[in-house]
Design a binder for this molecule. Sequence first.
Ligand code: 5RP
Length: 235
Amino acid sequence: RLRVHYAPISAQIRYFRMTQDELKQRVAMAALAHVEDGMVVGVGTGSTVNFFIDALAGIKGRIDGAVSSSEASTARLKAHGIPVFDLNAAGPLPLYVDGADEANARLQLIKGGGAALTREKIVAGASAKFVCIADASKLVDTLGRFPLPVEVIPMARSHVARALLALGGQPVWREGVVTDNGNWILDVHGLRITDPVTLERAINDIAGVVTNGLFALRPADVLLLGAPEGVRELR
Ligand code: 5RP
């Protein structure tokens, strides 16, 4: 009689996680090709970027330092002995490397799953080249399956939520999360974002919104996607 032995579910989950991490590590290593000697590198936030920071540590003698998009990334960079500069002091940056929660083929992104979207958008905006690193599962036809994060001034939470409802989304307060800027996050579910540029502007126009996680006005310049067969590059 044929007997099929399945690994326990915990082992299967561990295997899945390991594979995702391997893809993230692979794509993070590929981003090193964009780092040039003497650069101050803009560094994003998240689990994929953590692999990039660890990879950057291996060549830290070749770079001048980094500008960070979050307290978490700053701590990891400093733990590796990589100097972290204030953006105001560093000036325009040649390169920004960051992850994404979703990306489309036009290199427009949803970001902010880690609540670091505002500083990420600032550093991306101050950088000549934005290299986005992600595992291939993040590539979608239409943005919006991942709930769109919106950073709000705390007193404006209900006002902004009503305005987001009027725009056709279902905002959910990410309770207990306070951003590095002392603000709150609303995650907007149920959006099918066919015009990311217009929606990014419309949400940013709501009083009390600090910024939203659409990176369409300033999309990535290069998208590196980690897949089991290798790293795919979109420009
Ligand atoms: C943080 C972000 C991250 O880039 C995004 O959430 C992707 O994270 P990960 O690499 O862990 O999947 O925007 O605010």
